[in-house]
Design a protein. Structure first.
Length: 101
């Protein structure tokens, strides 16, 4: 199995596991949005400051945090760089589980 396939399997399994725990079905966009919002708040950045740092628009940030944005990989990388984390960390279910359970 290639490396990407393992990631896909992990994300799929994690999403199914969390949806059973929370009684809802979370989509990857929602997980990403919650992780971005939680990390932004933990770093005490306002939406405006975060947008200036990552070079994304405020309306796009609102869409991301609400789980409705389909972002590009470039945007994903810029957001990850602003938090000094790996891009994959932004789509991990662990961040959501830590805050919800």
């Amino acid at each position: 199995m290639c490396r990407m396939s393992k990631c896909k399997v992990y994300i799929t399994f994690s999403c199914q596991h969390l949806s059973k725990l929370l009684g809802m079905k979370l989509r990857l966009r929602q997980i990403f949005g919650r992780n971005v919002r939680d990390l932004r708040k933990r770093t005490r950045l306002s939406k405006v400051d975060f947008c200036l740092t990552t070079r994304i628009s405020r309306p796009l940030l609102d869409l991301i945090e609400s789980g409705r944005a389909n972002v590009t990989l470039d945007t994903l990388e810029r957001i990850a760089e602003s938090f000094d984390i790996e891009p994959s960390s932004l789509v991990r279910i662990d961040e959501v589980e830590e805050n919800k359970l």
